[in-house]
Ligand binder design. Structure first.
Ligand code: NOJ
Length: 477
């Protein structure tokens, strides 16, 4: 076996590469380990959503929602599960606050249930619903946790005629969001309008696997998308009109992020272009205040019908952009007129417990970088990132090393974005605890706390211990 001296290795690798060997074979010079710490003011948090955790669907005047109707329709949700009880957080919110406090998070992203405030969508507000959220917010603040509030995370009052097919729903949403901004912005400094445009429009009205489960033709589905971005835009205006000065308003979107297959200029440029074009109906419209030509040409006669003032509202400037980051979409440059090709996922693409949850940590870095370069928001957050896992409960423990692997790799990519100077200011892990995973019911667990849905006992998983250490050290562990 050939023996190499340090100098030989240096000659082979070049001195910079030699210095990068950390913890290498004995006798080699060790460079300082890569600094995996985050800036002091980086915000660590967890995220949840009302219908997924609250339960108490008939309490204190709450009106029925699209998801109550859908989940009670046989065959729509796995196991015919529903959110009637969920994690019972309507009653156990103080216990959940203690889970957050034990983790050491500085922030918590939660959503408000529109139908607790306006049971039929508009009209006279239901004070009991407002009181509930005041208690939840006060309890968080008393425990040193800053709430980030999402106004709409998919549950709307079932009484609204036509749901998102009707542009009046966008106006009703803005009225509700404005009203709640007036109620809570003495304490809440950051508001997200809507969560994941693509899901509450396309999955609900085009693909049909989410409430209300419709499969509309393209022209009508495009109008639903338009009503979605319009709801966002009108609510930005309404929130600003009613909120205390200094309130920051943004969106939590699951922008499709195209990841370059190689980090070379042509693929990097192709991926960035793909991200802009393939989100033309959502984040691109919001950030640019228009539907770009590629989208209008592609949709032709099916393009959304736009009324005067719509695009101005949709393009309302935001204080921050937040991304829900999960699966990547790989892209390579090619010589088609569009200049890019999306590479389909195949059975060997690695994934977590949900079939759609392809593992590709680089999507974290590219998501932040592309959005930052395309539209230059001053502040960005990761409003969600997390993973489903099988989570066997064994002798009272859930050793979810697979979720820890997933999280560590994604957080590593967010770290890279921060280290390169992109304006990422915080990270919300999805989710604080196992909960109602929409069409998958309770069959998919995303929590870092295990929930025994029979007893409502919460058990911290290994991933909770990992996240606590990340937060305590303010670096990747
Ligand atoms: C995004 C959604 O916002 C959230 O509600 C859902 O549970 C997670 N993704 C996991 O699928």
């Amino acid at each position: 076996m050939t023996e190499f001296s340090r100098r030989d290795i240096g000659k082979i690798l070049g001195s910079a590469s030699t210095a990068a060997i950390v913890g290498g074979p004995a006798g080699l010079a060790k460079a300082a380990p890569t600094d995996l710490s985050f800036p002091k003011d980086f915000r660590w948090g967890c995220a949840t959503a009302a219908y997924q955790i609250e339960g108490a669907v008939n309490e204190d005047g709450r009106g029925p929602t699209n998801w109550d109707v859908f989940s009670h329709t046989p065959g729509k949700v796995f196991g015919n599960d529903n959110g009637d009880v969920a994690t019972d957080s309507y009653h156990r919110y103080a216990e959940d606050t203690q889970l957050l406090k034990n983790l050491g998070v500085s922030s918590y992203r939660l959503s408000l249930a529109w139908s607790r405030i306006f049971p039929t969508g508009r009209g006279k507000p239901n004070q009991k619903g407002v009181d509930h959220y005041n208690r939840v917010l006060d309890n968080l603040l008393e425990n040193g946790i800053e709430p980030y509030v999402t106004m709409f995370h998919w549950d709307y009052p079932a009484a609204l005629p036509g749901g998102w097919q009707n542009r009046d729903t966008s106006k009703a949403f803005a009225e509700y969001a404005g009203y709640m901004a007036g109620q809570i912005t003495d304490r809440v400094k950051n508001i997200m309008t809507v969560n994941e445009l693509r899901c509450f429009t396309d999955l609900s009205y085009k693909v049909g696997i989410h409430a209300p489960g419709m499969k509309l033709p393209d022209a009508e589905a495009n109008q639903v998308r338009h009503n979605g971005v319009l709801a966002h835009g009108l609510s930005v205006q309404a929130i600003r009109a009613h909120a205390k000065p200094g309130t920051k308003v943004g969106i939590a979107d699951n922008t499709v992020i195209h990841v370059p297959v190689m980090e070379t200029p042509e693929h990097v440029a192709a991926a960035q272009k793909a991200t802009r074009v393939n989100n033309a109906m959502f984040l691109t419209a919001i950030m640019e205040g228009r539907y770009i030509d590629e989208y209008l040409t592609q949709e032709g006669a099916n393009a959304p019908k736009v009324q005067a003032g719509d695009m101005e509202a949709i393009g309302s400037p935001l204080d921050f952009v937040a991304l829900n980051i999960y699966a990547p979409e790989w892209v390579r440059a090619d010589d088609s007129p569009r200049g890019f090709a999306v590479i389909p996922h195949i059975p060997s693409s690695p994934r977590m417990a949900s079939p759609w949850l392809i593992v590709g940590p680089e999507v974290g870095y590219w998501g932040v970088r592309q959005v930052s370069e395309l539209w230059k928001p001053n502040v960005m957050y990761i409003s969600e990132n997390g993973a489903s896992a099988d989570d066997p409960l064994t002798n009272g423990r859930v050793d979810d090393a697979d979720r820890v692997m997933y999280l560590r790799n994604y957080v590593g990519q967010f770290h890279r974005a921060v280290a390169e100077g992109y304006p990422l200011k915080g990270y919300f892990l999805w989710s604080l605890l196992d909960n109602f995973e929409w069409a998958d019911g309770y069959s998919k667990r995303f929590g870092i706390h295990y929930v025994d849905f029979k007893t409502q006992q919460r058990i911290p998983k290994l991933s909770a211990a990992w996240y606590k250490e990340v937060i305590r050290n303010n670096r990747i562990v």
